[in-house]
Design a binder for this molecule. Sequence first.
Ligand SMILES: Nc1ncnc2c1ncn2[C@@H]1O[C@H](COP(=O)(O)OP(=O)(O)OP(=O)(O)O)[C@@H](O)[C@H]1O
Length: 255
Amino acid sequence: MAEPLLRVDSLVRRYGGIAATDNLSMEVIPGELHAIIGPNGAGKTTLISQLTGQVMPNSGTIYFAGRDVTSLPSYTRSRLGLARSFQITSLLKDFSAIDNVALAAQAHDGHSFRFWGNARKERHLRDTARAALERVGLGQRADIVVSQLSHGEQRELELAVALATKPQLLLLDEPMAGLGVTESARMVALLKELRKEVTIVLVEHDMEAVFALADRITVLVYGRVIACDVPDAIRKHEEVKRAYLGEQHAVTRHD
Ligand SMILES: Nc1ncnc2c1ncn2[C@@H]1O[C@H](COP(=O)(O)OP(=O)(O)OP(=O)(O)O)[C@@H](O)[C@H]1O
């Protein structure tokens, strides 16, 4: 197996009496799309937040690209190539799609947001932003104000914002949430393209999407890894079926 791009070793994060992350270890290898699934409250978001540096663990270590990043702040991890897709709520609604992406590119370049005016003018920021918008299929919508974009388009814009920082690893927390059938299918098609270019960790409740996209799946229950394997093995895994998938989540094949 290739040297992991991300390695999490014995991570623990407690909230009062609850271990949201309970001695969790896992690896993400370069080029894979690694899905993380688990029932509500299993600790998926807490894990992602620790990977990005928004939440600090009580103990354990996070290695990214061979480096111990456990105590590094979010912006330093972002510089190293670790990006979390911004949530819709963090998009600037009165700004155009391209302004939002250019600002992210500018912030990543190390400039302060207060010089946002420059992001409108600087050629290389506009070019980076336009390329990111093209990659997510929003090339024709670049000048539309965010509030005029559909929910699905705003989700795509979140991805473009993350891509503008040129990540090595993209962390996606429920990109399908709130999407209709057509929009979800579009997002799956988009992620199928993006996975060719960037390593992805995907937290998602939509099992159809997960099984259509993932190279490997880690299953969390009560902050612990109960299984980590390829989709076919996860589908057949007795403990996973018992603990999570159950009968209402009969998982079908979408190859
Ligand atoms: N800031 C916090 N303060 C207190 N408890 C928290 C906090 N964040 C998470 N928890 C608790 O940690 C556990 C894991 O929560 P987390 O949101 O990470 O789970 P999740 O798998 O992402 O859930 P969901 O699928 O519902 O988004 C839950 O019991 C939750 O109540």
